[in-house]
Design a binder for this molecule. Sequence first.
Ligand SMILES: NC(=O)C1=CN([C@@H]2O[C@H](COP(=O)(O)OP(=O)(O)OC[C@H]3O[C@@H](n4cnc5c(N)ncnc54)[C@H](OP(=O)(O)O)[C@@H]3O)[C@@H](O)[C@H]2O)[C@@H](O)CC1
Ligand SMILES: Nc1ncnc2c1ncn2[C@@H]1O[C@H](COP(=O)(O)OP(=O)(O)O)[C@@H](O)[C@H]1O
Length: 680
Amino acid sequence: MEYADDADRRELLLHSAYAAEQVRVMERPLLDRGVPLMRMAAQAVAHTAAGMLDDEDLALEDTSIVLLAGAGDNGGDGLFAAAALAQEGAAVTAVAVGRTLHEEGFAAFVRAGGKVLVLDPEAGIPGCASGFSAGEAGERLQAAVSLASKSHLIIDAMTGIGIHGVLRGIPAALASALGLDGEVPDESALPGRESSGDFPLVLAVDTPSGVGVDDGSLPGPYLPANVTVTFGAMKPCAVLPPATFGSGRIELVDFGFDIDDVEPAVEVVDNTFASDAVRLPHVDDGKYSRGVVGLVTGSQRYPGAAVLTARAAARANTGMVRYLGPERAQNMVLAALPEAVLGKGHVQSWVVGSGVPSGDADGADADLQRQTIAALLRHYALDGEPAVDDAAYDMPPVVVDAGALDLLPDRVPGQVVITPHAGEMAALLNRLEAGRAGTRADDASPKAGGYAGAADAEDAHDTVGFDGNADSGIDSASTGTGTGSPETAESKSDGTESNTVSFPTADESEPDVTGDSRAASPATDTPSSSVTPDEPAAAFTARDVTAYPLACARRAHELTGATVLLKGAVTIVVDEDHTYVSGSAPAWLATAGAGDVLAGLVGALLAQQDDEITTAETVAAAAYLHGMAAAIASESEQQGWQEPDLVGHGRRQRFMTLGHPIVAGDVIRAIPEAIADVVA
Ligand SMILES: NC(=O)C1=CN([C@@H]2O[C@H](COP(=O)(O)OP(=O)(O)OC[C@H]3O[C@@H](n4cnc5c(N)ncnc54)[C@H](OP(=O)(O)O)[C@@H]3O)[C@@H](O)[C@H]2O)[C@@H](O)CC1
Ligand SMILES: Nc1ncnc2c1ncn2[C@@H]1O[C@H](COP(=O)(O)OP(=O)(O)O)[C@@H](O)[C@H]1O
């Protein structure tokens, strides 16, 4: 077996995921050279299975193992692995979930003394029963569920990268009975911390059956794993939420794919990646050259967000923080951060909206912060007019958070960064999709009235349109300075028609062998939304966003042009061409105000950039530093995503430090140390 021995290759493999089709292309030259990939995969699976049982102090000869074997090569991997385990004395039963089994794998398994249970009456597996009645098929299915439930280890080799859509038929019935139906496993944040003594353990071969391999979704029944042994390279489901939460520990087998010239489908942020976004101070630096962040955050009602964004931005390697907001918030910012400067001036980035009421809040129309933000965001609106668009592209980067999300213009350049959590993303998509479908021609919406364009921008990096006093003289959205007209669904032609968010549905043509309605229609509990350009969209919910976060983030990018950061235990960042994820945060970070800290941190990193790295890379680095600061503050080793173990390179220690609760302010205090760690 070839193992990665080069440090750069190893780093790349451990932080990159490749789509199923890319993996098939990369495996081709090896298969053509006759490299026995399936045997190598099976050997790793058998080795990992033995290790999992050994961790539970079980000798192989005392264990019962159930292999769920599909008809494809994933089943073949499982059969060869099961044969090896049977040879070592384990009692192994292979449950054939399809109509055939991988021929050589099956032969090896039978030679090793394994038993086979066939579930599909139409199956044609040599020496095994077939043509049995529907009633017997139901009984066999129940027997398989019972056998698997009582076993020590289930090896899930039903489907790998060859899955199409939602799991259906017998595999769906088994996953429903033994696993979950689209939900994320309900576990404490430190799975595998110590032996649970709960059997059966589940080892997934290549990918857990039922997950969306390329988009990381959980569209229906799937079998969550304790450990996934994945071959050649990680697939997106190993790093993307929510599928990554159902994958358990990932063990990666390096087949020696030529990955140097292949662009990963998803990149996981690590220290090296994040360090590129931190500008080290120069000997000739002054405060302005180190980056100035302008904040229009906090409000009369939520002044605390002003303090959190200001303190976070100030601690994240910037030269200066400018604050605009109501007097109460100004006073609080100055008390917490005497270094802050009030009022307008030159800035290299903006942060707007954290702690600002959204448009549906009482009195939102009269809120001065919203009016200030609306005036600023007009300068980012693209309307196809070259002069207007050029001016928009020249504006400094802006982070549009929380209450400002509903003030986002229809189309913006990529230096506009939106930072929703799942609920905010659902609301945003509903607004955008409704706007496209022309179902909500709401003149009172923040989008109405057109956009001012940037004709009044004296300096693209200045506080365009602002009076120095944030409480008066604001270039108000309601003054109607705009000249453009809002795009209608008809007038808009942004080329996004083909890229819609569509949620898979069950293929109901498959027989229901169980009588279990979930097996016949496994998607009955899948999200309600199915968005096509021609019909009004059903409302998105936060649950939809949590189940299909990548699709939703991409959709928000397609509709707006903004760089999208979708928050969660694993945060996703997308732009036109790239997808980044950061899973550095412990779950202790899920605490009020943590999002405000992130907004300030993103603004700070954007303010210190030259043109060497992209907005999306900077934003992804900020998410990573945010998580690292939370890890330092909480003294926790738990993370939303753990690096895989590379098979053949030993296993990482399993006993992680749980840490302790934190508040958002603790995260801010740890930002400097997080920065120091990544640049060290
Ligand atoms: N990458 C590598 O280098 C190497 C890869 N290798 C391995 O090959 C695997 C890929 O094998 P693969 O192409 O044969 O597909 P695979 O995952 O077995 O799935 C096909 C089966 O699933 C079924 N099925 C499909 N959709 C379904 C649904 N929704 N619901 C229910 N069933 C569904 C489908 O049924 P059908 O649609 O034909 O009725 C068929 O039976 C890969 O993941 C890895 O394990 C290693 O051996 C060596 C090196
Ligand atoms: N389970 C979790 N594990 C790690 N980080 C999380 C988890 N849940 C949320 N977070 C992070 O916590 C932050 C919460 O932000 P947000 O929901 O905007 O909070 P608030 O609005 O109170 O500031 C985000 O950065 C998010 O990525």
